[in-house]
Design a binder for this molecule. Structure first.
Ligand SMILES: C[S@@+](CC[C@H](N)C(=O)[O-])C[C@H]1O[C@@H](n2cnc3c(N)ncnc32)[C@H](O)[C@@H]1O
Length: 423
């Protein structure tokens, strides 16, 4: 029941799944569940959103005529049951019975209860063959986004990204030191970039050795790249201008910089402070919009990890493509453009700025930087050398930016990063 309501909140109200599933402040129906049921609801929703194009396509094949436009709740009931039948270890009959019961209780869906029963029983009987067919013929990613990927990367790369997005993201850790030792202790491997990737893992990361001691933090391998692009920042004054929850701030501090973390959200800044506290790290923090931040002393370097559409994180946030659309990407590109202008104003001559975000869309990355450079003769791109990134050479663009996609390094977030210097 909770899962259907939460799916409706994502698809209709464009709510964020992370927000709805927050253990403390999430949707009341979710927070009221016991931990086992919460884990189940979370698994169902992730699976449903990750495979929604397939699920919709299967029902379209089963039906002689489409469901009425107004039957949104019915669609949600069917999608949630289909995710259980197709992808989760839940007995088919439980999923079917629950869906039929839900349909009966909903005045708008009650007249379709027999149809729900028939469709889901058929799905149970034919799941292997329909899944085989649909996985060959239908992209996992919604059409509007697939089109954008094809125009940005070409059909082959777009398909590889779409396939990579079907696999849930592994857990990646950035360790303070001794990646090899931590990989051995935690049963993981060290990636070419130095990130420790955990093997199959269930349960809570907070129970793992080294968490309480603050020896590592969870950070996708791609998210760990921008701070490393800052180069040698030992003793340098560095501002992290969109800092929370602080994964990159922690890296900058560990790299030896004198860091000021700037963040506009009080609750997120608190989270950053608590994360740094656990890691035994500290830095100056500043609660304000970066537009209002005036450093007391000239800065040597800036990291601007700007808010973006997050389309590079769809393996972990499969709701993103259903709650955001092309207009949001355009809007966020505008916000980033404005923030980049503001950040660059605070950069002295010779200073370096790393601009990054977790979007796969060039209008938030390559195109934005092209326009910025064309409008600022005083800015130049510092080309990243692929030789410095063994294992990720193909992520360095011809112009010398970093462009990762979920199809790289055995799976990683889509990220864009560029290094800009004020001449
Ligand atoms: C993509 S997240 C940053 C993630 C962070 N760099 C990390 O690695 O953990 C973007 C952050 O920027 C903050 N933010 C957005 N607009 C801002 C602004 N104008 N000034 C300061 N912070 C801002 C958001 O609240 C959010 O915490």
């Amino acid at each position: 029941m909770a899962a259907t309501k939460l799916l409706a909140a994502v698809l209709e109200q464009k709510a964020s799944l992370d927000g709805l599933l927050d253990e403390d402040h999430g949707n009341p129906a979710f927070v009221a569940l016991n931990p086992t049921d919460r884990a189940m609801v979370k698994a169902i929703l992730h699976s449903c959103l990750r495979h929604l194009t397939w699920i919709e396509s299967i029902f379209a094949r089963f039906l002689d005529k489409p469901l009425p436009d107004g039957a949104r709740n019915l669609r949600h009931i069917l999608a949630i049951a289909a995710a259980q039948i197709l992808f989760l270890d839940i007995p088919d009959h439980s999923a079917v019975d629950l869906a039929v019961e839900q349909a009966r209780r909903d005045p708008r869906s009650a007249r379709f209860a027999n149809l729900v029963n028939a469709l889901l029983r058929r799905l149970g009987r034919e799941k292997d063959s329909v899944l085989a067919a649909v996985s060959q013929e239908v992209d996992l990613l919604p059409g509007w986004f697939m089109q954008r990927l094809v125009s940005a990367y070409g059909i082959e790369a777009a398909k590889a990204i779409s396939i990579a997005c079907a696999t849930p993201a592994p857990i990646d850790l950035t360790v303070k030191s001794d990646p090899q030792g931590w990989a051995e202790r935690l049963g993981g491997t060290v990636l070419a970039t130095g990130t420790v990737r955990l093997g199959t893992f269930e349960g809570s990361v907070t129970a793992l050795p080294g968490f309480t001691e603050g020896e590592w933090w969870v950070q996708d391998a791609a998210a760990a790249i921008p701070a490393r692009l800052m180069g040698d920042i030992r003793g340098k004054k560095v501002a992290d201008l969109c800092a929370a929850p602080g994964g990159k701030t922690a890296q900058l501090v560990l790299q030896g910089a004198q860091v000021t973390a700037v963040e506009q959200s009080a609750s997120r800044l608190k989270r950053l402070q608590s994360n740094l506290g656990r890691l035994g790290l500290s830095c100056a923090t500043h609660l304000s919009k970066l537009e209002d931040f005036e450093p007391d002393q000239p800065l040597d370097a800036i990291l601007l990890d700007a808010p973006c559409s997050s389309t590079g994180t769809i393996r972990r946030h499969p709701d993103v493509l259903w709650s955001k659309g092309p207009e949001d990407i355009e809007k966020l590109a505008g916000v980033q453009r404005r923030l980049l202008e503001q950040a660059f104003r605070r950069l002295p001559t010779g200073g370096k700025l790393v601009f990054s975000n977790c979007s796969l869309d060039p209008i938030e990355g390559e195109n934005l930087i092209s326009v910025f450079l064309s409008e600022h003769a005083e800015a130049e791109l510092v080309a990243i050398d692929p030789a410095d990134w063994p294992g990720l050479e193909t992520a360095v663009t011809g112009r010398g930016e970093m462009r990762t996609t979920p199809a790289m390094l055995g799976g990683m977030d889509g990220f864009y990063a560029a290094v800009i210097r004020r001449k």
